[in-house]
Structure formats: C-alpha cells, structure tokens
Write a protein that binds this ligand. Structure first.
Ligand code: SF4
Length: 247
C-alpha cells in the first residue's frame, strides 16, 4: 500500500448524484474489483493498481471550513469516489472532522460505506436529523464477497453495523450495488435494519476477468440482473421495505 499525505486544492465538489461530494481520500484500501472510482487514476496520474495506493488529503477539514461559507447549502455525499471509513480513517479521522463541520452548518448528508468503522461516529449522526447512513451490501454470500471485494469488511459485519445504526435511531439504507450472486438472501437479513434499499447492476467493464476466472458469466448475464432485481424488489416489499431498482 502506497500512502501519501497531500494538500488538496478543494474539497467540496459538485456531484451528479447529490448536490456535493466530499472525498477526503484519493484511492481506497478496499480495492473492490468492480469499483467505478478507479477512473480517478486518469486524473491523478497514479500508476499503482486500484486498491494499492491512497492519497490522504490532510487539509480536508480546513478546506471544508473555508469553502462551506461560500456555497449554497445542499446534500453532501460522503464520499462517492472513496470509502470514507476505509481503515486509514481510524488514524486520520478526516471523515469525522468533515462531518462535524457539515453538521454544525446543518447541511443534509448521505454517508455510504462498507465498513463498521462508521459506528464510531454514531454520536455525530445523532446530532442531526438530516443524515442518512448506508452500507453497501452486495451479496449475502461472503465467499462471493471475497472475490469481488477482497479488502472490504465481511457482509456479516456490515449488516450488524446497519442494525446498530438503525437501533440508534439513524435513518439507514442498504446499497445492493452491484447485485452479486447470493443477494437474494439479503431481504430477510436486512429486515428491521434499514429504511430503504437501492439495487443496481454490475459495471462489466472493470470486472470481466472475475466472471471468466470463476465461470460466473452466465450467472451474471443481463437476464440474471433483470430477473433477480425483480425478485429482490418483491422480497423486500414482502418485508415492508421500500426497494428502488436503478436499472
Ligand atoms: S469500497 Fe467503494 S470506493 Fe472503495 S474500492 Fe470498493 S467500491 Fe470502490
């Protein structure tokens, strides 16, 4: 893992998903094989494989304090092109410090992660009624998870984190994206732990080698996503959980 501390030029960026995104890290230790965020390498000049480098924007909180006064309020995605609770966050606490600022200003926030480290910040989430916290959960099968998300926490830990957040009164969601084999079991496992669920399909471009290596091509055809997406939506409906299928 190549780690660099850098000074970023800006931190509050426009987002196509929400109004803004705050990414305190460039790169992600979780190294998911399907990660769309690897496109960042084109702009940052990193030659290392995705998952093997992280630039730490050590001035992220200072920049945010400076920029937030100049921008109209809007929903902020934490993070978008990195996991805000990747292991380095334990030491640097940049996500926490940025959240403190956003909460102080009363801006709405959508947190998305694969890590139970997010539980560290429950005290902050409780200070705002404009925060929702999501965990990406792509399959109920941890063997499948290991193929696609080798550096990320287990599925069990993520579902447990959702449960704790939900019990603490935080609005929670599960991001089943990309939906992987074994996702069908998630409806029962997420019952009572989330307010809603988002489902999306795979970005084939980055992960073709995984299907070929593990003979998953047929299991993950367009028909797979279409039929499994419909079944998942109806399984969640039976649990009384709102499910939005995004494809
Ligand atoms: S956790 Fe998210 S940002 Fe990190 S590698 Fe996986 S998909 Fe990409």
């Amino acid at each position: 893992m190549i780690l660099r501390e850098i000074y970023a030029r800006s931190i509050l960026s426009k987002s196509q998903v929400f109004d803004y995104a705050v990414n305190s890290y460039v790169g992600c230790q979780h190294g998911c094989v399907y990660c769309y965020a690897r496109f960042m390498k084109r702009f940052t000049g990193h030659k290392e494989p995705w998952g093997e480098f992280v630039d730490v924007k050590i001035n992220a909180p200072a920049l945010l304090k400076h920029e937030i006064d100049k921008m109209p309020p809007g929903r902020v995605w934490v993070s978008g092109v990195c996991d805000p609770y990747q292991p380095l966050e334990t030491a640097y606490e940049l996500t926490r410090k940025c959240l403190e600022i956003l909460i102080q200003y009363g801006w709405p926030i959508t947190v998305q992660t694969k890590s139970p480290l997010v539980l560290r910040d429950i005290d902050l989430f409780k200070k705002s009624d404009k925060i929702e916290v999501g965990l990406s959960v792509t399959s109920a099968d941890d063997e499948i998870r290991k193929l696609f998300e080798p550096g990320a926490p287990s599925i069990k830990e993520r579902i447990k984190a959702l449960e704790e957040l939900h019990l603490a009164g935080i609005r929670t969601y599960a991001m089943i994206a990309p939906m992987l084999p074994g996702a069908e079991e998630l409806a029962a496992q997420l019952s009572g732990k989330v307010d809603y669920v988002l489902v999306d399909r795979m970005n084939y471009h980055y992960s073709d080698w995984v299907y070929r290596k593990y003979h998953l091509e047929e299991a993950m055809s367009y028909d797979f996503f279409f039929s499994k997406g419909k079944k998942l939506a109806s399984a969640f409906a039976k649990q009384g959980i709102e499910c939005r299928v995004l494809f």
